[in-house]
Write a protein that binds this ligand. Sequence first.
Ligand code: HEM
Length: 390
Amino acid sequence: MGVLFQVLVVSILTASLYMIWRILFSCWISPAGAYLKLKKNGFGGPTPNFPLGNHKEIKNISRKAAAAAAAASSTNITTFSSPGTSEISNDIHSSVFPYFSQWQKSHGKVFIYWLGTEPFLYIADPEFLKQMSSGVMGKSWGKPEVFKHDREPMFGNGLVMVEGDEWVRHRHVITPAFSPANLKAMSSLMVESTTKMLDKWAALINSGSQEIDVEREITATAGEIIAKTSFGISCENGSKVFEKLRAMQITLFKSNRYVGVPFSKLVFPGKTMEAKKLGKEIDALLLTIVTARKNSNEGCGQKDLLGLLLQENGVDGRLGKKLTTRELVDECKTFFFGGHETTALALSWTLLLLAMHPEWQNQLREEIREVTGDKEIDFTKLAGLKKVRC
Ligand code: HEM
């Protein structure tokens, strides 16, 4: 009994010491080594603190910038102002990322910053980027490990997360789906949702409404478009996936304030669990959709991205390069998250800038009138809209 007890105690102690060593190594020793190596190779940047990295500085700079913007806008009715001024500014960079803007002033256009114990390379120098992309093949770039854990419910093993030869395999199947001919076939889905939104705005204005929350409207419409063009929402399961994807996006946004900080998920256990649960529900629904469409010829012919991937998968299957059903599910989620807020925010900013510059609006309207005449805009005419494309 005595010996057994001793063996048990020694085993528990050894396991605990091993765990402590693993935690110390991955959270402290390895990042500290990376920091010194990066410094030796000439990469500067704000000094990180253990275990938050530069999170605290990010928070402080953002808070100060927001307070300065609020103070400025209370003295002058502005929609968006650059930090510390009352003028409306189109300097998106320092409005949205005041910390990057501040660090750029002190550390130049290429520097390292830390989210928790993970280093990130900031690049605002096109020449540096050009050299890096010509010297290193796309498949060798690698993806930050931290996002693989944090964003798992969003992207799974989709294109944004896979690396190396796996990335090449996914790209091989996915790239043809984005051909101009395929995008043209999807344009009617985009026009349909946009027209619905614009009709709603017209009705609101006609009813005397003074204010439209353009960003909210565009985010909702872009979400509808990306869901329709990714996996379709006409069937019941499709619209359920859309609702749950939106819910997960909001949940993850609330739970991921400390990306890269060891054990940060424990700070928001409720939200983390909620995102995981939603992720599982979305996967199950998408799995049903993919399986049903795989088993029906009609489903494969549908001209959304999933339909195109299923077609491409059939062709590539012969070459042994097809995506599994699970991978197709992850790609559907990837398209949604990759294509939603990116397009919604780009459009919102564009409309804000156009609102600030009515003379640009006039030029664009004139060009659209010249190119389309009285007809509805269609995909083939887009190439003629030179100013709009700028
Ligand atoms: C204004 C709109 C958009 C912007 C600014 C944008 C920006 C980006 C950026 C910066 C990346 C590189 C990310 C990285 O490698 O870490 C990326 C990758 C990607 N984006 Fe977009 N995106 C936009 C629209 C879209 C849309 C509409 C879709 C899908 C329907 C999409 C799907 C993807 C995918 C799948 C990748 C991964 C590509 C790969 O690794 O090979 N994006 N995007």
